[in-house]
Ligand binder design. Structure first.
Ligand SMILES: [Zn+2]
Length: 97
């Protein structure tokens, strides 16, 4: 019995993590995981990925979602120039003072 409860909790946690990875709300999927166990995990794995997370941007080269602090895309390996733009804008504000 304890094993089944642990397995159920594990399904809920894995569902929440998988949901977060697909840009979905992990809290809801954790609750759904507790309610329907393995079916929540199967559902979240089948569902497509939604838009970028708040800390992500879309890679201009391959269109995948990557961390906004990334200097190199983890999917296509292209160098991201968003960092240079940020540093440039910082230099510009320093020079104005
Ligand atoms: Zn890319």
């Amino acid at each position: 019995m304890d094993f089944v409860v642990l397995l159920w909790i594990l399904f809920a946690i894995v569902s929440a993590v998988a949901a977060y990875g697909k840009g979905r709300i992990p809290g809801w999927w954790l609750l759904l995981g507790f309610a329907i166990g393995p079916f929540a995990l199967m559902s979240v794995l089948v569902l497509p990925k939604v838009g970028p997370l708040p800390n992500e941007i879309t890679c201009p080269f391959c269109g995948e979602f990557i961390k906004n602090k990334a200097t190199i895309c983890r999917y296509c390996g292209q160098k991201q120039n968003n960092k240079e733009d940020f540093e440039f804008s910082c230099d510009a504000t320093k020079k104005q003072k």
